[in-house]
Design a protein around this ligand. Structure first.
Ligand SMILES: NC(=O)C1=CN([C@@H]2O[C@H](COP(=O)(O)OP(=O)(O)OC[C@H]3O[C@@H](n4cnc5c(N)ncnc54)[C@H](O)[C@@H]3O)[C@@H](O)[C@H]2O)C=CC1
Ligand SMILES: O=C([O-])CC(=O)C(=O)O
Length: 387
């Protein structure tokens, strides 16, 4: 049985524990199971292993967050720590993961948290994971498109996916890093190259588009957003984000003006936040919420729950493009079924053609830039220069 460790503050109770031989034996067992990265983080801490008690791992899934110290990563880590389906939570980043790990590990929820810092600890962070969520990479600033992030984020995603291919090739991957329309095809290329590609397990996260669509449609209709379900298909950038307003649940009738306003607002939701943050990044809190909503659906699918359906950007035959976002049914092996788009109205048919044209370019870009994909890992200095 695995023994998981929480480091406890030195209360009188714990200090008393130290005196007993039985406890010393238990501590010896614990330290034998301690992960090297935990030990490394412990060296930076005033707490000692002598103040530990072992506990059995709760049933659940093992989840890694790569980019866990970032604007999305931190609230995402916090929300995943609350998720009862998670038994082990690995937090990996190239900076600041010890602090985030120490902070989140104090939450009195079931998941055991372990931190991993920097490339040498990537493999340890990934080994044994069921689900890997990737919000690693640089965000937009006002005036930039998501495509402007391609050069730097392509290299980051490539390195992380090489680690996944090596250490947890059967994990479900939730890819958040932008531009999703290109980073998902990049990840697919990396997995193909390593012989581990399973299209069902690679999911680009477009949930924020659905979350926004539900919110904005609910506002217009005067409904509770929790009652609204809007399918959003295509991709995750500008006109590739195509809300199917004719398929809103509960069924409703929107005027032409309302449809145009809503489509435009949903397509530009990311830019709305980037401009409001005025240089301090892009959506992080709503994205963390959306990422957790999506990850929870993936975990319920992995558990074998029936009827788990969400939108995601996946390898697809729904259109002539190799990747496309649409509703997918999530199961034990990932995206087990990909749904057709269903009947579209004229406005949506025109939107679909525009979306496909732009999306084709983003997917094509991956093939055009092998030197970007196969460059060496991004250094911390490069990241700072970008920021
Ligand atoms: N799919 C979606 O709907 C959305 C995607 N995003 C994208 O998510 C990404 C992250 O956004 P934020 O969290 O706001 O950025 P951030 O800059 O606050 O955080 C990114 C984190 O990634 C880490 N990182 C960089 N290189 C890494 C590497 N090689 N390995 C591990 N970690 C690494 C950084 O140290 C940092 O902690 C951006 O590309 C952004 O455009 C943002 C919002 C929505
Ligand atoms: O707009 C951005 O750069 C971040 C993002 O993808 C979103 O908020 O939808």
């Amino acid at each position: 049985m695995d023994i998981y460790v929480n480091f406890l503050p030195p209360t009188p109770h714990n200090i008393q524990m130290e005196a007993s031989a039985e406890v010393n034996q238990r501590i010896a067992r614990i330290t034998a199971h301690l992960h090297p990265s935990n030990l490394q983080m412990e060296e930076n801490s005033s707490l000692r292993a002598a103040n530990c008690r072992a506990k059995g791992g709760a049933p659940g899934f093992k989840v890694a967050i790569l980019g866990a110290a970032g604007g999305i990563g931190q609230p995402l880590a916090m929300l995943m720590k609350i998720n009862p389906l998670v038994s082990v939570l690995h937090l990996y980043d190239v900076v600041n993961s010890p602090g985030v790990t120490a902070d989140i590990s104090h939450m009195d929820t079931g998941a055991v948290v372990r931190g991993f810092l920097g490339q040498p600890q990537l493999e340890s962070a990934l080994t044994g994971m069921d689900l890997v969520i990737i919000p690693a990479g640089v965000p937009r600033k006002p005036g930039m498109t998501r495509d402007d992030l391609f050069n730097i984020n392509a290299g980051i995603v490539k390195t992380l996916c090489e680690g996944i291919a090596k250490c947890c090739p059967n994990a479900i991957v939730n890819l958040i890093s932008n531009p999703v329309n290109s980073t998902v095809p990049i990840a697919a290329e990396v997995f193909k190259k390593s012989g581990t590609y399973d299209p069902k397990r690679l999911l680009g996260v477009t949930m924020l588009d659905v979350v926004r669509a539900n919110t904005f449609v609910a506002e217009v209709l005067g409904l509770d957003p929790r009652e609204v379900d809007v399918p959003v298909v295509g991709g995750h950038s500008g006109v590739t984000i195509l809300p199917l307003l004719s398929q809103v649940k509960p069924p409703c009738t929107l005027t032409k003006e309302e449809s145009e306003y809503l489509t435009n607002r949903i397509q530009n939701g990311g830019t709305e936040v980037v401009e409001a943050k005025a240089g301090a990044g892009s959506a992080t809190l709503s994205m963390a919420y959306a990422a957790v909503k999506f990850a929870d659906a993936c975990l319920r699918g992995l558990r074998g729950d029936a009827g788990v359906v969400e939108c995601a950007f996946v390898a697809s035959q729904v259109t002539e493009l190799p990747f496309f976002a649409s509703k997918v049914r999530l199961g034990r092996t990932g995206a087990e079924e990909i749904y057709q788009l269903g009947p579209l109205n004229e406005y949506e048919r025109v939107g679909l053609e525009k979306a496909k044209k732009e999306l084709a370019g983003s997917i094509q870009k991956v093939g055009n830039f092998p030197q970007t994909i196969f460059r060496s890992p991004i250094s911390w200095v490069e990241l700072q220069q970008f920021n």
